[in-house]
Design a protein around this ligand. Structure first.
Ligand code: ZN
Length: 323
């Protein structure tokens, strides 16, 4: 992400964090690096069980802080909670890692309690640097996420924005509780948002040619004038197949709605079932965003161009992007 931002700084706003799917591999990489670790297998297991989580937390915090210092425009994330990780459904990316994992007891680092601690660390670093946070959460973890936001006093306003990404699985009845947890009161009355302009969205780009990032005093972030957090709900193409997600989308105030591809995941059905412009996609990519925008605009009954302007403006506010 850091090198991508270097290549395309005019339209990429990076975020840095440890996704719950990669906690186990991150722990493993730290253990392999640890020279002081005993070569004896039994001792290794004891070291892992006792220290792996602490090692992850200490190293992650240091790495995150270093990235945020190096990238003044960066946010924090994607971080969050995923019960599938806890159940061991995430897989190592290569055979070498998979066989190494068998030597270690890393179950502790991906337990839900551990994931909640690691998410709290992300929030704490975001608070220290006053950066937005993008959060991953799946069904079955929303209550725990609410607890983490409440326990970290996000409502005190030190974090400018919380983005719940690809969040179609959030129960509608919890929506108000999430706005309360981050202290985003009366979002429909928020008149602080800039006029809609074409721009970027979340991890994906919309209307590239019009995107120009300006720098002010050597920094590329909007100066903070608001001491409270905004909550944004970001929807991917997955929402089209989710009646509950559609209801949730319609309940979100328009100035708190974002759209995203969630690429390379969540490829919209349209691209699987038939070729578009001669291309059949096997994985998602930023180029599918206009389609997602068009379909989402229908859900909220707004003209597509207007909806693009609104969500682009929202994204600029969420990620403090000057245009
Ligand atoms: Zn995610």
């Amino acid at each position: 992400m850091a090198s991508l931002q270097g290549l395309h700084s005019e339209f990429i706003t990076p975020n840095f964090g440890l996704h719950p799917w990669w906690i186990r591999r991150y722990a493993l990489s730290l253990l392999i690096k640890n020279d002081s670790m005993s070569k004896n297998r039994e001792e290794k297991v004891v070291i892992c069980a006792e220290n792996a989580l602490e090692m992850v937390r200490v190293n992650l915090r240091a790495e995150l802080e270093s990235f945020l210092r190096a990238f003044p425009s960066a946010g924090v994330g994607e971080c969050g909670l995923d019960k599938n990780t806890q159940n061991g459904r995430e897989k190592s990316a290569n055979k070498e890692d998979a066989s190494l994992e068998n030597n270690f007891d890393l179950g502790e680092v991906v337990k839900m309690d551990s994931q909640m601690s690691i998410l709290s660390d992300h929030l704490s670093v975001a608070e220290k640097f006053h950066r937005p946070v993008t959060i991953h959460c799946v069904s079955g973890c929303w209550l725990q996420l609410l607890q983490v936001l409440q326990a970290n006093n996000v409502h005190n306003g030190s974090i400018p924005a919380v983005v719940l990404h690809s969040c179609h699985s959030m129960p509608l009845e919890m929506l108000a509780a999430f706005f309360a947890a981050v202290g985003d009161n009366h979002p429909e009355m928020d008149l602080d948002l800039p006029l809609p302009v074409a721009g970027v969205h979340s991890a994906s780009l919309f209307n590239v040619s019009q995107e120009k990032k300006k720098k002010k005093d050597g920094k590329d972030r909007v100066p903070n004038t608001r001491r409270s957090c905004r909550l944004f709900l970001s929807m991917s193409g997955r929402v089209f197949n989710s009646p509950k997600g559609i209801k949730l989308t319609r309940a979100v105030p328009l100035n708190r709605l974002l759209i995203e591809t969630d690429s390379p995941d969540q490829l919209p059905v349209l691209y699987i079932s038939k070729n578009l412009e001669g291309t059949r996609l096997s994985y998602n990519q930023p180029g599918t965003l206009p389609h997602i925008c068009e379909e989402m605009a229908k859900i909220v009954s707004i003209d597509t161009a207007q909806f693009a302007d609104i969500t682009s403006a929202n994204a600029r506010v969420a990620y403090s992007i000057i245009s």
